[in-house]
Ligand binder design. Structure first.
Ligand code: SF4
Length: 939
């Protein structure tokens, strides 16, 4: 029988800053009987919940694995230092969110490697999970530790800690891993690794041995199994074979990307020479637009999210972006769901895309010019021109945005002082182009060369060089009154060290971990002093790893095949030196990078014939769906794909114009080439082409304001907040109810104004960690609904621990919940303490309090300490035979007594254990009959 650790966690969570990170009770979380499945697979992410839970790749694998009846996949994320300290102090292992199973009790631990500065967290997770750090020390009963993700394309600094590495796409490969693990007899671990090494894309570091020269450079990586001298990445040739997760996890805690996500495309062939993901995830594979729309619509209904993100490395380049946006807007806008495109290059910003992006409630826009001069942008293959950027800045200001963030890098190959100063000049020209209406910020990081890119041989700036260029920028940007944000030089330095590191860095990593390094990607947590100490202990000079590598030097990752020929990377580097752009193979011609076999593996797109390359899936009108959405019209000179978009914009502009007496101001700024398609295609100037759209005033393009429906009914709902839900904070509670109502098809009313909010009015906040029988919320509805039906529908959709009890109508003019509450009755249970006081001790303490005339109580709040007379503020205090204390307090606008503080003080407990007292609200007392007549309230 497997032992889970949920109870142990329950006892620790009141002591941590954000218990919601560790609950595992989200909507969409899958719990299977773990002792009845063949393979237990831990999906591990070495970051804190808010970042880990935002990662779409993990959600995809969670869905793929849990679809198999013989596999249970559960999540394990890095504990924040407060929980780590508690786990170590109490000897509790790091465990999965869903079942509380220790990491060591899984068969496979799959670690996602997205960023080099999570490596110490990975070690912490293994050790806290009860798994020997080094793969060589693991036995038959230990899990197989496998890593994947972009950093896995050079896993060498982690090699001694990993049993295996999965290169490339995981959807098919994780199933193969499960099959091999399932078939294993549980005895010979080497035999298991040998079988796993037979899976395409699976790399076993122990089967390769690096050999170094006297000058410390790598001579070769010797394959110990001569049958497998190299490992080639796994490619999923057809994205459509795996539909997006239909029922993803909906967090109860605010996460970094708190929205639904659908991957529309994988890979990118734009060829930005610094971008590792753009190279290692080639070729480009688009998802069928029809599937995107249908699955997204289903996803929104299932999750209740109010925003969906169409994800890829550059969604503006997705063939179906315009029709998909149009169809999704048509379907989702009435539900007040926004669609966002998080990664869009400025040269891929069509007016249609901008119009859609504007619908999302955003105050700022972000673009990534990456370099300050055109020369350097040509070197790094950023195709767009400066005039496009300036026009975009003007347009953003016209459309109502108020801030513009520009991302740049310093330290790009061939950079000169002129390029650095060019960053400040370009940012200033953007601000000027926007007529001073945009607050422009230049956000600057240090370039870190990545394996498997044309710049993999380039040098990275030293710390001193980085700081010198940052100073120059600070001065130049300051002179131009442009805000400056910079990436911590030391973080980039560490990132560069590990990005192109070799196995010798593993000892440095372990030492840094032992010294206390964690969450190194957080500038307020990174400890460069400890890293320096670790490097010094092992005699490692970081400059060795940051230096320029000769083209004939063996690189630590050369035995790993990311699908890119070395010859191509060298040719592309030569083109960079010349400042020559490499053609986009999805539109122009193949440049033989090596990613395609032109049989199963090739670029896949859904663009209609003529718009993209010659042998792709969209040829010959294959995309029936696209034709349905954007039909060609006889004689229409514009490409079918865009006809309707332009027609809509034209109609809207013409209608608005006719209604105005004064002609709109028309821009005289030259048109960016990529937006001048209308004129090129034969359209009349000013008639449904890009010039028309760009020249229009913001007012003419503003969406028709949608007036939120007025409330027609107000329902008062009583609910319980128990179990894991006691750790859902007040802010998250509103989002949780809102999304549950959306999933339940309940038509909520919204507030008026610029940012309409759902009309949910909760009673006074329950402190985090308190459970309750008797919480209240007013729900205002836009369409009538029986209160009992509302409660039943919510009950089906709310996460574990939020339980509607009763609902009834109240007049719209009735006083708020807050205004009608007289007080609360709590119980306080000391039985949850490690050493609970005897019931007699508790009874005596309570009797002393009741008998006292006054009782000074020191309370601490964010604004400081104060002393209250608790005797005057407590209406009743009693203890039963088991030692449970019942406490009645009035609802106060002013000073109030927290029951656990009172009982903790009465019992003489140290303040750090007060949160462990279990507080439960048994009743809310109301002042008027409206509440009391509907709900039985204990006397
Ligand atoms: S092999 Fe050719 S078509 Fe395929 S991704 Fe590379 S350059 Fe593009």
């Amino acid at each position: 029988m497997l032992r889970t650790h949920r109870e142990a966690y329950e006892r620790l969570l009141p002591l941590v800053e954000k218990p919601g990170r560790y609950l595992g009770n989200e909507r969409g979380a899958v719990r299977k009987p773990l002792d009845r499945v063949a393979v237990r697979f831990a999906l591990a992410f070495p970051e804190v919940y808010e970042i880990a839970q935002s990662h779409l790749g993990l959600q995809i694998l969670y869905d793929v694995l849990n679809r198999r009846p013989d596999v249970a996949a559960e999540r394990v994320y890095a504990p924040w230092p407060d929980l780590e300290a508690l786990l170590r102090a109490r000897g509790v292992p790091l465990a999965s969110l869903e079942s509380g199973l220790a990491l060591r009790d899984f068969h496979v631990v799959g670690m996602s490697l997205q960023y080099e500065l999570t490596y110490t967290n990975l070690l912490a997770m293994l050790e806290l999970g009860g798994i020997p750090l080094r793969a060589a020390d693991r036995g038959p009963s230990d899990p197989i530790v496998v890593a994947g993700g972009p950093c896995a394309f050079n896993p060498e600094p982690l090699a001694p800690f990993l049993d295996g590495v999965l290169l490339g796409d995981g959807e098919e490969a994780v199933g193969d891993i499960c099959d091999v693990v399932r078939a294993w007899d549980g005895r010979d671990r080497t035999a298991l690794l040998r079988a796993l090494a037979g899976i395409p894309g699976f790399y076993v570091p122990a089967f390769f041995a690096p050999r170094y020269r006297d000058d410390s450079t790598l001579a070769e990586v010797v394959p110990l199994d001569l049958a497998r001298p190299r490992v080639a990445k796994r490619v999923l040739p057809d994205l459509d074979r795996f539909a997006p997760p239909a029922d993803p996890i909906v967090p109860n805690l605010g996460v970094v990307h708190d929205r639904a996500s659908v991957e529309v495309m994988r890979g990118c062939v734009k060829g930005c020479r610094f971008c590792q993901a753009g190279y290692v995830y080639r070729p480009l594979r688009e998802r069928n637009p029809e599937q995107v729309v249908e699955r997204t619509a289903e996803l929104m209904a299932r999750t209740g999210y109010e925003e969906v993100s169409l994800l890829s490395l550059s969604t503006g380049d997705y063939s179906g972006v315009n029709p998909v946006l149009k169809e999704l807007m048509d379907r989702l806008a009435p539900e007040r769901v926004a669609v966002s495109l998080p990664s869009t290059r400025v040269d891929a910003l069509s007016p249609r895309i901008l119009e859609q992006i504007r619908r999302v409630r955003k105050t700022g826009f972000t673009l990534a010019p990456e370099a300050g001069t055109q020369r350097l942008r040509d070197v790094i293959q950023k195709e767009y021109r400066e005039d496009e950027l300036l026009e975009a800045a003007r347009l953003f200001a016209d459309l109502g945005w108020r801030t513009l963030k520009l991302y740049f890098m310093i330290g790009l190959p061939s950079e000169t002082e002129e390029d650095v100063v060019g960053i400040a000049e370009l940012a200033a020209r953007c601000a000027a182009a926007a007529g001073g209406r945009l607050a422009v910020t230049a956000s600057v990081s240090t370039f870190s060369p990545k394996p498997h890119t044309p710049f993999q041989w380039a040098a990275q700036l030293s710390l001193d060089e980085t700081r010198a260029r940052q100073s120059l920028l600070r001065r130049e940007l300051g002179r131009r009154r442009i805000a400056f944000r910079w990436h911590d030089a030391e973080l980039s330095w560490l990132e560069g060290l590990f990005a192109r590191g070799d196995r010798r860095l593993a000892d440095v990593l372990e030492t840094a971990y032992r010294l206390g390094c964690r969450f190194d990607g957080w500038s307020d947590r990174c400890r460069p002093d400890l890293w320096r100490e670790a490097l010094a202990r092992h005699g490692v000079d970081p400059a060795f790893y940051l230096r320029r590598r000769p083209l004939d030097e063996t690189l630590p990752w050369e035995h790993l095949d990311a699908g890119l020929s070395k010859r191509f990377l060298m040719q592309d580097l030569a083109r960079a030196v010349e400042g020559v752009l490499t053609p986009d193979c999805s539109i122009e011609r193949c440049t033989y990078c090596g990613a395609c076999d032109f049989d199963a593996v090739r670029n896949v797109d859904y663009h209609p014939a003529g718009a993209k390359g010659g042998a792709h899936r969209g040829d010959g009108g294959v995309s029936r769906w696209a034709e349905q959405i954007v039909p060609s019209e006889p004689g229409d000179p514009l490409p079918a794909w865009e006809t309707r978009m332009w027609r809509q914009i034209r109609t809207r502009v013409a209608t608005r114009r006719a209604a105005r007496t004064k002609a709109p101001a028309v821009s005289t700024t030259p048109l960016p080439a990529t937006l001048a398609s209308g004129a090129d295609a034969g359209g009349d100037a000013g008639e449904g082409n890009a010039e028309e759209w760009l020249g229009a005033t913001p007012a003419s393009l503003a969406p028709v304001p949608e007036t939120p429906p007025k409330p027609v009914q107000r329902v008062r709902l009583r609910y319980r907040k128990i179990g894991p839900a006691r750790f859902i904070g007040m802010r998250e509670l509103g989002t949780t109810f809102f999304r549950a109502a959306r999933r339940a098809g309940i038509a909520l009313a919204f507030s008026q104004g610029h940012h309409p909010l759902p009309r949910l009015s909760f009673g006074p906040a329950l402190p985090l960690g308190f459970s309750s029988e008797d919480e209240w919320v007013d729900v205002e509805l836009a369409a009538p609904l029986e209160p009992a039906d509302l409660a039943a529908r919510l009950a089906r959709e709310l996460p574990e621990g939020l339980e509607p009890v009763v609902a009834f109508d109240v007049a719209r003019s009735a006083p708020s919940i807050d205004a009608t509450i007289a007080g609360y009755v709590y119980t306080v249970d000391a039985g949850t303490l490690d050493a609970p006081p005897a019931p007699g001790t508790i009874a005596a303490a309570v009797a002393r309090f009741v008998g006292a005339a006054t009782f000074p109580l020191l309370t601490r709040t964010k604004s400081g300490e104060r002393t209250l007379d608790a005797r005057a503020l407590v209406e009743a205090l009693d203890a039963d035979a088991s030692g449970r204390v019942t406490c009645a307090v009035p609802a106060g606008r002013g000073a109030s007594v927290r029951p656990h503080v009172l009982v903790g003080t009465l019992l003489g407990l140290p303040p750090d254990v007060w949160p462990l007292l279990r507080v439960h609200k048994v009743a809310t007392r109301f002042v008027d009959a409206g509440g009391e007549s509907a709900v039985a309230v204990p006397a």
